[in-house]
Design a protein around this ligand. Structure first.
Ligand SMILES: Cc1ncc(COP(=O)(O)O)c(C=O)c1O
Length: 356
């Protein structure tokens, strides 16, 4: 038996979704795949409130995060950095041979619309990257406010990582005019890892045509050309796409509004519980994530011991990421986790805490 996952990805995958992965194999150039692709795409469009395509990439999220850089940065990229993943994205941008500057704020803080405006008004940049939900710190930046600022800069590609927020909160890609919106499926989608989804605006596709070093595997124009035939440029992870098909049905059966409300409710419950135990919340007030909660280890708890003890009880618990490991802990409440799961987890932690 595996552990029950309360880590911020990969997360617990429900049994019927795992079963969907065992659907007998089909070839990706067969009509059966075309039907599957079309079905999945249409449901993803509904999830993201977009009339444009949602592409399927057989990669983890960083594949498309790198792809977005290769396709959409021609002059210079502004990488907004408020945690480990956004910092890595800056590094990836430079490794792609692009000119880039990072604009940092302290971990625990959000990226603000003011920061974005200040940087872009210099006119130096033709692309920017921002992470909606910094999983390393549990901070959610105000995407709608940032999107409002971005309307002032239509020539700057607006590239957004929604890796750990997509499907847990409403993201209206068209209304926000995001040029490229990216997610991996092992977070709020609650699918096994290995598949990424993304959007590309018409502006993004037009720009990509003039990006000379797009490569092949993550060439947005290849995705678009094949997607027009409900297909992918190269062999996709078909089993995962079967699972995605099943999971999107589950999401719509629950109802999107209910799903969004459930995530919000679990986040509030977790924040209150953390504070009730004498810990502080790590994110700046008002910017706490709705898919994971990061607590500051203000009780000097032996988090490694807590993690080990929970492990013995079949629970995977996270004692912080990167430079804030053991100073913080993160509790995920995304995907298919329910309030009851959190209550059971918190009951267990309360029993163990005195010994830690
Ligand atoms: C916000 C965010 N961006 C990017 C990534 C990297 O995703 P992947 O490992 O799927 O490439 C993660 C993974 O945890 C993440 O949380």
């Amino acid at each position: 038996m595996g552990k029950k996952l309360f880590i911020p990805g990969p997360v617990h995958v429900r049994e019927d979704v795992l079963q969907a992965m065992a659907t007998p194999m089909i070839g990706h150039r067969m009509p059966e795949y075309v039907e599957l692709h079309k079905r999945v795409k249409e449901k993803l469009q509904k999830l993201l409130f977009t009339n444009r395509s949602v592409y399927l990439s057989t990669s983890s999220a960083f594949g498309i995060m790198e792809g977005a850089i290769r396709n959409l940065v021609q002059k210079k990229c502004a990488n907004f950095v408020n945690g480990a993943f956004s910092s890595k994205w800056h590094d990836v941008t430079k490794r792609c041979g692009k000119e880039a500057d990072d604009f940092k704020t302290e971990w625990g803080n959000p990226i603000t619309p003011e920061m974005v405006d200040d940087v872009l008004k210099t006119g130096e940049y033709d692309a920017m990257t921002v992470i909606h939900n910094e999983t390393s710190t549990g901070v959610m930046s105000p995407l709608e406010e940032i999107a409002k600022v971005m309307k002032k800069y239509p020539d700057v590609s607006f590239i957004v990582d929604t890796v750990s927020s997509m499907s847990a909160i409403k993201i209206n890609v068209d209304k926000l005019s995001v040029d490229c919106c990216i997610a991996g499926v092992q977070k709020a989608f609650a699918l096994p890892p290995g598949l990424a989804v993304f959007t590309a605006s018409q502006k993004a596709l037009d720009k990509a045509k003039n990006s000379v070093d797009r490569g092949y595997y993550f060439d947005f124009l290849e995705f678009d050309k094949n997607d027009a035939k409900d297909n992918t440029p190269s062999t996709p992870c078909i089993s995962q796409i079967f699972a995605m098909d099943a999971q999107l049905n589950n999401m719509f059966a629950e109802g999107l509004e209910k799903r969004f409300a459930r995530h919000k409710e679990m986040a509030e419950f977790t924040r209150n519980w953390i504070v009730s135990q004498g810990f502080e919340l790590y994110p700046k007030k008002g910017y706490e994530s709705i898919t994971l909660t990061s607590g500051r280890n203000t009780r000097s708890t032996d988090l490694a011991k807590l993690k080990k003890e929970l492990g013995k009880r079949g629970i995977a618990f996270d004692n912080g990421y990167g430079k804030i490991k053991n100073e913080t802990f993160r509790i995920a409440h995304m995907g298919d986790l329910q309030m009851q799961d959190l209550k059971e987890l918190f009951g267990m932690i309360e029993e163990i805490l005195p010994a830690c």
